[in-house]
Design a binder for this molecule. Structure first.
Ligand code: ZN
Length: 303
């Protein structure tokens, strides 16, 4: 039934879509995750009207489009999303948009397949959490800016200039987080979280990353997974494990309990931002602020 409603809204949105051109002449851009929304706002400044579908704490794996979202998507001049099935429940809408020749920018298209982490667990065959490798985010910044410049040629120089400013900030961020992470000897770089969002982070910063739930939050962790991971934590003397802002706490709390039941202690080292940024208007509500906050939470808890 839901499918029928969504399809109906899609056709309604397409038939009304033509009148969407804004009086202020700005491109109407709809983005999915908070990471992409923040990036596009940095590149687009006041030349774009950016509407992000997902807010702080929202899990993109489970996010379903409301009827309002579907009309936003189909009335947009440009839709920008992560891809690689991160926004798993929106795939049907994305496919429809492709058939309608809607202008889309897929962030993951910026990354060469050889630089993606393979995963049989995901429908795309790749791990979609690409934003945690800063070299990926750098490529995505340049890619999105050049695509926007193509679509909106009169503001091309503006987008490219903003991208350059943002790339300089990313390069400063990279140095800063490398310095912080170097406080942690490599044998202590074990990151245990609720789901496997941090494989790209681990690849860049030499962490052994273990997620309780696998790559997507759509599959729940079983009792066996919890017991196995509890054993791993004890054997490797892991000091802290981490909650994620977009995943319910209870899975990590169950893991902590399992360690306790074996007579050992592990602390909850804090909350990491995995698939969503912090609240809008706070430092953690930006990609750069989120990255710094994660790194200091991780390093301070594992030191
Ligand atoms: Zn995820």
């Amino acid at each position: 039934m839901r499918k029928v409603i969504v399809l109906f809204v899609i056709s309604l949105a397409i038939s009304c879509g033509k009148k969407a051109k804004k009086a202020n002449g700005k491109l109407n851009v709809v983005t999915t995750t908070t990471m992409i929304t923040d990036l596009v706002k940095n590149i687009g400044g006041d030349k774009l009207d950016v509407k992000g579908l997902m807010g702080a704490g929202v899990d993109p794996h489970l996010y379903k489009a409301s009827e309002g979202d579907v009309s936003k998507l189909f009335n947009a001049d440009v839709v920008i999303y992560n891809g690689l099935h991160l926004e798993g429940k929106l795939e049907e809408v994305f496919e429809k948009m492709e058939h309608q020749n809607k202008k889309t920018i897929v962030a993951s298209n910026a990354i060469d397949k050889n630089n993606l982490i393979s995963s049989e667990l995901f429908a795309s065959n790749y791990d979609p959490h690409i934003w945690f490798d800063l070299s990926n985010w750098t490529k995505i910044t340049s890619y999105v800016a050049s695509k926007l410049a193509e679509i909106d040629a009169k503001n091309a120089d503006f987008y490219k200039k903003n991208a350059k400013i943002y790339l300089d900030k990313l390069s400063a961020l990279n140095k800063q987080v490398e310095n912080k992470i170097n406080e942690l000897p490599e044998e202590k770089r074990i990151l245990v979280t609720a789901h496997d969002a941090f494989n790209y982070f681990g690849r860049q910063h030499k962490f052994n990353v273990v997620g309780l739930q696998g790559l997507s939050t759509a599959t729940e962790a079983g009792v066996q997974d919890v017991q196995k991971l509890a054993k791993f934590i004890i054997e490797n003397e892991v000091k802290a494990i981490f909650v994620e802002s977009s995943v319910p706490k209870r899975t990590i709390e169950a893991l902590q309990e399992a360690v306790k039941s074996k007579g050992q202690e592990v602390v909850i080292g804090g909350t990491l931002y995995s698939d969503a940024l912090g609240s809008a208007g706070t430092e953690e509500g930006t990609y750069i602020g989120m990255y710094k906050a994660n790194v200091s939470t991780i390093v301070n808890a594992l030191k």
